[in-house]
Design a protein around this ligand. Structure first.
Ligand code: AIR
Length: 172
């Protein structure tokens, strides 16, 4: 059983989707990856959504570029949470996919992350999964990750200030 179903409109979206898969894998969350275009093979997409639900998926991540209707099409066929990942492919560099993904009609939400925001798509999926009855371990991992982010920023700040101090002492 895969807890997260990751659907992407094309293999060409791979560089944006791979960072999401890495995060899910690092947190030992099972996922299934499917390449299925809402425009090029809509019937297969519906089949995949049905099968994923039957297999017990909890959340969908749908990544697509350009006229990106994938996440919306997934949301049309499930009431499980759908995270939309707009891909910055094509001449409009993702402005098109961002708007096509986020501007859903009411009652059909797609939780949309930033253009090429593969990592945040995975973090949001983990945050949803952490709410499940057996999600305490994941919850702790997410809290630890936030602490790690804070520490990284503070370390970088210290390093920057030290470099400035060194420069100032040379010019003094
Ligand atoms: N796409 C594929 N089917 C529908 C859409 N919107 C998107 C893919 C990819 C872009 O079109 O998600 O970002 C280009 O796909 P390809 O396969 O031509 O490289």
């Amino acid at each position: 059983m895969a807890l997260v179903t990751v659907i992407t409109g094309s293999v060409s979206d791979r560089t944006v989707v791979d960072p999401a898969l890495d995060i899910l894998r690092n947190h030992k969350v099972s996922y299934e990856l499917v390449v299925a275009s809402a425009h090029r093979d809509p019937e297969r997409l519906i089949q995949i959504i049905k099968e994923s639900e039957e297999k017990g998926t909890r959340v969908f991540i749908a990544a697509a570029g350009m006229a990106a209707h994938l996440a919306g099409a997934v949301a049309a066929h499930t009431v499980r949470p759908v995270i939309g990942l707009p891909v910055g492919s094509g001449p409009l560099k993702g402005q098109d996919s961002l708007l096509s993904t986020v501007m859903m009609p009411s009652g059909m939400p797609v939780a949309t992350v930033a253009i090429d925001g593969g990592k945040n798509a995975a973090w949001l999926a983990l945050q949803i999964l952490a709410l499940l009855p057996d999600g305490a371990k994941l919850q702790k991992e997410l809290e630890d990750e936030r602490e790690r982010i804070r520490e990284t920023i503070q370390d970088a700040e210290k390093q920057w200030l030290k470099e400035l101090e060194d420069k100032n002492s040379v010019t003094a």
